[in-house]
Ligand binder design. Structure first.
Ligand SMILES: [Ca+2]
Ligand SMILES: [Ca+2]
Ligand SMILES: [Ca+2]
Ligand SMILES: [Ca+2]
Length: 251
């Protein structure tokens, strides 16, 4: 085998398995990555920011969601339970951000499709957002490979997109949390018997309270300028070398 070919084979063998090929689905619009326990796509993933900066993530498993024909204008397609009083207390008395990640196969709500401009998402009666126009990414069912991007949830496509609640809904959503569960509704102003499958993608479930933000220093210190700790260590080392030299001289 030619060296070049060998090198190429070696590089291919050493290439890491790409487990994070879709940063779009794994980055919250509220900032930061989703928890590693959450699946890359699939299920319903909610990210709630508390008044104290705490971040509450919860994910409904894909298998618990709706798959079928929409027969009512306001269709409950999922719910997330387990918001205990102590978890709610961890939000610091209010909400300052809500984002919801939705994975749906066959929404038919992209530009020109028969559900364009007809659907919205509501959480316990609190408006979250219009479906058409939402940025989405088509992935494989594991969420490891990005296939295409677009808007709305397209015909015959496994799309994942993020909804961000307007601040006007925060206090109502905080009230909606108090019974320990959130229920998710997909509305359709013109009922056409569309098939909606929210069960595609990876099945996962998680409920977890986040941590208040911490100040993170720059990851890479300026080159050529050692940090004070390194300087102190260097100084101690030089002192030690000096002492050793003196001892050798004395001996
Ligand atoms: Ca229609
Ligand atoms: Ca369709
Ligand atoms: Ca509720
Ligand atoms: Ca419709």
């Amino acid at each position: 085998m030619k060296p070049l070919l060998l090198a190429a084979v070696a590089a291919a063998l050493c290439a890491p398995v790409v487990a994070n090929a879709t940063p779009f689905t794994q980055t919250s619009p509220l900032g930061g990555s989703i928890p590693t326990a959450a699946t890359p796509v699939g299920g319903l993933l909610i990210d709630i920011e508390g008044a104290n900066g705490a971040r509450l993530f919860a994910q409904a498993a894909a298998s618990s969601l709706f798959n079928g024909t929409q027969r009512v204008q306001s269709l409950q397609f999922g719910s997330i339970t387990g918001f205990t009083p102590s978890i709610i207390a961890g939000l610091g008395g209010g909400i300052t951000g809500v984002a919801l990640r939705v994975t749906l196969w066959d929404g038919d709500s992209a530009t020109g499709e028969f559900n364009f401009g007809e659907s919205t998402i509501e959480i316990d009666g609190v408006f979250l957002g219009a479906v058409s126009g939402i940025a989405v990414e088509e992935t494989d069912s594991l969420g490891t490979r990005s296939i295409s991007t677009g808007t709305g949830f397209r015909d015959g496509t496994l799309d994942t997109g993020w909804f961000v609640m307007n601040a006007v809904g925060y206090s109502a959503l905080f009230n909606a949390l108090q019974d320990g569960e959130l229920n998710f509704f997909w509305t359709d102003s013109e009922l056409d018997g569309n098939i909606l499958d929210f069960t595609r993608g990876v099945d996962g479930g998680l409920i977890n309270i986040g941590q208040p933000p911490v100040i993170t220093p720059p990851v890479t210190p300026p080159t050529g300028v050692p940090e004070p700790a390194s300087l102190a260590l260097l100084g101690a080392g030089l002192l030690g070398l000096g002492a050793a030299a003196r001892r050798r001289k004395a001996a």
